[in-house]
Design a binder for this molecule. Structure first.
Ligand SMILES: Cc1ncc(COP(=O)(O)O)c(C=O)c1O
Length: 398
């Protein structure tokens, strides 16, 4: 077994590469990068073939991924950020206003800006942490053409409500499912819904291709636009009738993706089982709340976010109570992650004069922390996480 410390992002502070065996570090890690020998062999086979650029492995990965997500069509690309830019590029015009959650990863919003449109900040639902659809409805103007929604932490948004609003107002819908591979809503894969759904295969995600992304859609015209945007607006070899990019996925990544799909359902099942055990443990701890899953949805549990009721604990003057939990859990051998330390309207790039801050999102930035839920955890480790939570909650109680 190999361990790696991939530290490009805060959520990746403690990573272990897990080839199927339990992770042996004393610390219970937040994330295990699960690459099997088969995944590695499939990459090596393509590397040895010399056929490295986007080819048959990517094409097969697209077909299988679409089928597993209950979508008709899929377009692979270089990463989840590119996937968003492609989807927005296919559906949004410069100058448009796009309803966008303030409580999400920055790429959901920054790629709206990248296509020349303006994100209009929508607050989070206080229970599911996803976009608050009533708030979105109240912020529609004549310039609004689309709604972007993140299935945050793997939990699908209230798709019925989003679709009702979009139909009434004539909006396109783009779902950011970077954290939600194989999540379902009304018993259908999330690829069934919306105009485009985007995914990430970054190493910390539920499945990885190293770097990688995908857009699924059920619309042939959108698919054509996505393919052209992905590859220099090319409609035929060396025939370019629009501006595009090079956002292609390599065939090495495509082969890893294909192979990863073979174990994804089983690994997602284990995440769900781990979440059920954590739910039971949290139900016994006053002042801490398990995640609320959207009615009719099945989460992919990319992350398991615990919410603190600040009134139940002694709040330090110099930092949020959440930071005390993070420190105390670390001392108990449990790694945690903060998704996210600030809402997007507080990010320097968006915190411009006149920006409308979002109160629920701001509160979440002080009261949420994520605990390990990944598929490589043993039952014993899940029990240790539960015990540590109970112990720390007693120690910090008001
Ligand atoms: C919600 C969300 N959207 C988009 C992205 C961007 O994906 P990538 O890192 O593959 O560009 C991420 C990845 O962290 C994400 O969590």
């Amino acid at each position: 077994m190999t361990t790696s410390s991939i530290a490009q992002r805060p959520e990746a502070q403690s990573l272990a590469l897990n080839g199927g065996s339990p992770v042996s570090s004393a610390m219970i890690q937040m994330i295990a990068v699960n690459l099997s020998e088969q995944d590695i062999d499939s990459a090596v086979t393509v590397l040895r073939s010399g056929m490295l650029a986007q080819g048959k492995n990517v094409a097969e990965f697209e077909t299988r991924f679409a089928a597993m997500s209950d979508a008709r069509l899929a377009v692979a690309c270089a990463n989840g950020t590119c996937a968003l830019q492609l989807a927005y590029g296919a559906l949004i015009e410069p100058g448009d206003e796009v309803l966008c959650p303030a409580w999400t990863y920055i790429a959901t919003a920054s790629m709206i800006v990248a296509v020349g449109a303006t994100p209009v900040w929508i607050d989070a639902d206080p229970h599911t942490y996803n976009i608050n659809v009533d708030d979105a409805a109240s912020k529609i103007t004549p310039k609004t053409t689309a709604i972007a929604c993140t299935h945050l932490y793997g939990n699908p948004v209230d798709i019925d409500a989003v679709e009702a609003l979009a139909i009434k107002q004539g909006l396109s819908i783009i779902y950011d499912a970077a954290q939600a591979h194989l999540a379902t809503y009304n018993r259908r894969g999330i690829g069934t819904y919306g105009d485009a759904v985007t995914y990430s295969f970054y190493p910390t995600k539920n499945m990885t291709t190293c770097e990688g992304g995908m857009v699924t859609t059920n619309d042939d015209e959108i698919e054509i636009k996505l393919r052209k945007l992905r590859s220099h607006g090319e409609s035929d070899k060396y025939l370019h009738d629009s501006i595009g990019f090079n956002y292609r996925m390599s065939d090495v990544e495509g082969a890893v993706g294909r192979s990863q799909l073979e174990s994804l359902a089983e690994r997602t099942h284990r995440r769900r089982q781990n979440a059920t055990t954590l739910d039971r443990a949290l139900a016994q701890i006053d002042g801490l709340h398990a995640p609320t899953i959207t009615n009719g949805a099945e989460s992919a549990y990319h992350l398991y976010a615990v919410r603190i009721d600040p009134d139940a604990f002694v709040t330090p003057e110099d930092k949020p109570i959440r930071d005390k939990f993070v420190e105390a859990l670390r001392a108990e051998g449990v790694a945690t992650a903060v998704h996210y330390p600030m809402s997007l309207t507080r990010q320097p790039v968006f915190n411009t004069p006149g920006v409308e801050h979002q109160p629920v999102s701001d509160r979440l930035s002080q009261t949420l922390f994520c605990i390990p839920v990944h598929d490589a955890l043993t039952e014993h480790q899940i029990a240790l996480v539960s015990e540590a939570l109970a112990k720390v909650a007693v120690a910090l109680r008001a």
